[in-house]
Design a protein around this ligand. Structure first.
Ligand code: 13P
Ligand code: SF4
Length: 338
């Protein structure tokens, strides 16, 4: 492997968003990553949508809320965030004294991209009497324009914390927003954004699969469309789906979310069968192309060279911090998260 200092690594990352050095094929990356964790007092936080190898080296695997809570409380010097950009950015907002690195800086999010800051600002200005609740899957700029942040595991509690007669803008996910409107009886004004992974499921193919597996329960993430959610036996965040799948009496599940979660489901309930819900076409489109940009090799390199690092404007960070803290307070009071 090339010997390089951190400044040289930084220059390389600026071009590609990740370090693409040749790694000695004889290296046991699992072992090397454990050594780097100790040497650098680093913690590896991974989302359930990461590839299995990354989940297996992580110190903590979780949904967006669990990961934000871990990032806020860690005493590690470096947070290695195996997830997408908005997640690593949230870790940096919550814990600016720590270095936060992401294996591939280009690991974005179609949902976050569906809410550009300038368009959202104009939308918000048209509704000055509304409070803004934003799903954590958005950029720091959107968070900075929000009153409270939520995730898929605490959204109902967050909405309930707002007086019933207070108009609300919910951004950026229209599917999650519609689901929450139904659950809470509110009429939140929804931003027209969506996740490319959760919109791809085919209602028709799922119904056919249910006929082939009559005892299987359909479990779905609330980012899915109503056409799929209406048939779900259980709806929840990735952590909630995992807990349900492990504890429920059923032995077969059709899983309507990103396929990465199946790794933990199979690990935690080896005797059960988990079937990925089929997408609308023949590709593996329920793999998140952003999440899957991270690899074990990139994870190792980003730990070794401490690049690419998440850096942000301090004013935006402080403005984005307030609504995230509000979310963490409400979640703590409600006993949510891990
Ligand atoms: P949760 O982590 O809240 O389950 O959300 C899933 C997701 O789409 C993350 O990008
Ligand atoms: Fe974004 Fe969807 Fe990928 Fe999650 S699964 S990171 S919401 S594109």
């Amino acid at each position: 492997m090339v010997d390089m200092n951190i400044d040289e690594a930084k220059a390389k990352v600026e071009i590609k968003g990740f370090l693409d050095l040749d790694i000695d094929a004889s290296l046991d990356l699992f072992h090397e990553i454990e050594l780097l964790k100790k040497e650098k007092n680093a913690v590896v936080l991974a989302h359930y949508y990461q590839e299995p190898d990354i989940q297996d080296v992580a110190d903590f695997i979780g949904d967006s809320l669990g990961l934000a809570q871990q990032a806020a409380k860690t005493d590690a010097d470096m947070i290695v965030f195996a997830g997408v950009h908005f997640m690593a950015e949230t870790a940096n907002i919550l814990n600016p004294a720590k270095k936060v690195v992401l294996p591939d800086l280009k690991a974005g999010c179609s949902l976050a991209d569906s809410a550009p800051a300038s368009a959202f600002k104009a939308f918000k200005e048209k509704h000055p009497d509304h409070v803004v609740i934003s799903y954590i899957n958005c950029t720091a700029d959107i968070k900075a324009m929000s009153n409270i942040i939520c995730t898929s595991s605490n959204a109902e509690k967050i909405i309930e914390s707002v007086p019933k007669d207070q108009p609300i803008i919910f951004a950026p996910d229209k599917n999650l927003g519609a689901y929450l409107n139904k659950k809470t009886g509110r009429d939140m004004l929804l931003w027209n954004g969506a996740c490319m992974v959760h919109e791809i499921f085919s209602q028709q193919k799922i119904l056919k699969l249910k006929m082939l597996h009559p005892n299987a329960k359909l479990i779905a993430h609330p980012e899915c469309e109503e056409a799929v959610l209406q048939y779900a036996d259980f709806i929840g965040s990735t952590t909630q789906l995992l807990k349900f799948a492990v504890t429920d009496s059923a032995n077969e599940f059709i899983v309507a979310t990103e396929t990465g979660i199946l790794h933990q489901m199979q690990k935690d309930a080896p005797a059960k069968t988990f079937i990925p819900a089929p997408p609308d076409n023949l590709c593996a489109c329920n793999d998140c192309p952003h999440m899957k940009l991270n690899t074990l090799e990139k994870l190792y390199l980003c730990m070794e060279y401490e690049q690419p690092e998440i850096l942000m404007d301090e004013q935006i960070r402080l403005a984005a911090l307030k609504p995230i803290q509000r979310m963490l307070e409400i979640s703590k009071a409600a006993g949510l998260g891990g």
